[in-house]
Design a protein around this ligand. Structure first.
Ligand code: HEC
Length: 264
């Protein structure tokens, strides 16, 4: 079953020359140009090569890039990036192509603000990270690390960060009470149980959004292309952190993964 995620996420791992899965410092000539491989951006010039990338959201320019496959790898990458660290900097530095699915679902901790500001899921193989485009949960990065079929360890990071983060922080953040009685995520994600992979971690059911709550990739890209920074600076910065720094592609949860409606 583990392969399904990679297939449906359109993961191109095998065809990537640079390898994947680990944090790397980039090469001397790396810069952003190695990441900007997409030929789909209408503004790309065919004669002079690629347009300059948008200004960085990072505290200082960096060539660091990573494709985290676990919460531990994501935390390690977070701790390498320059501080103060915004969520947009983290998103900007994730390896491309970035595989994204968007939903207008409003039943979650990061509810979509309608179809124009959907909730986004980023896929690195079966590892899922979730961010909002606007509104509630805008500073939160949610994790779902797969453990067995349709189960994932849940954790969360709140940005901006001004200090190195301990590996326990994303897990203790979501605890419902210090006694270890489960997480706030367990309210919706059923069958929660302690996860031995990390201290104080819990795993629970993995959930996808149903098809009728999908926001198409074309619509999502349109929101980026139409975004007016003068009117909505933070929302446009978030969309730019995702779309402005290299190739982005449509992804999907495996069809067989349950939705929240399957509980009824
Ligand atoms: C109010 C209900 C609700 C709560 C609370 C909730 N989620 Fe979810 N979550 C959902 C729904 C519904 C989905 C399916 C996608 C969608 O509709 O947005 C989902 C999907 C996910 C996914 C995608 C796949 C997977 O592994 O499940 C992740 C990751 C996730 N949530 C993380 C979290 C984390 C971390 C927390 C706690 C901090 C949390 N969620 C709390 C409703 C909730």
């Amino acid at each position: 079953m583990r392969g399904l995620f990679a297939l449906t996420a359109g993961c191109t791992g095998g065809s990537e020359p640079a390898g994947s899965g680990t944090t790397s410092g980039g090469t001397a000539t790396g810069e952003a140009s190695t990441l900007t491989t997409g030929g789909t951006t209408p503004t790309t010039s065919s004669t002079t090569g690629e347009p300059p990338p948008p200004p960085t959201a990072c505290a200082e320019p960096t060539t660091l890039s990573a494709a985290p496959r676990t919460i531990a790898e994501a935390v390690a990458f977070i701790n390498e990036l320059p501080q103060p660290l915004t969520l947009d900097c983290f998103l900007e530095r994730l390896e491309r192509p970035l595989a994204i699915a968007a939903t207008k679902s409003v039943i979650s901790l990061q509810p979509a603000e309608g179809a124009s500001s959907p909730r986004l899921f980023l896929f690195f193989g079966e590892f899922v990270m979730s961010v909002a485009v606007d509104g509630h949960g805008f500073q939160l990065l949610e994790f779902g690390e797969p453990v067995g079929q349709w189960r994932s360890i849940k954790a969360e990071v709140s940005f901006p960060l001004t200090d190195i983060m301990g590996i326990e922080a994303p897990f203790t953040r979501v605890l419902r009470d210090p006694g270890g009685g489960g997480t706030s995520c367990g309210v919706c994600h059923g069958s929660e149980a302690p996860a031995p992979e990390y201290p104080q971690a819990f795993a629970s059911d993995a959930l996808r959004f149903p098809d009728f709550e999908l926001v198409s990739f074309a619509d999502l890209r349109g929101e980026y292309e139409r975004c007016d920074p003068a009117a909505q600076p933070e929302r446009c910065a978030r969309l730019t952190a995702l779309f402005g720094h290299g190739e982005v592609e449509a992804a999907a949860f495996p069809e067989a993964m349950p939705t929240i409606y399957d509980y009824e």
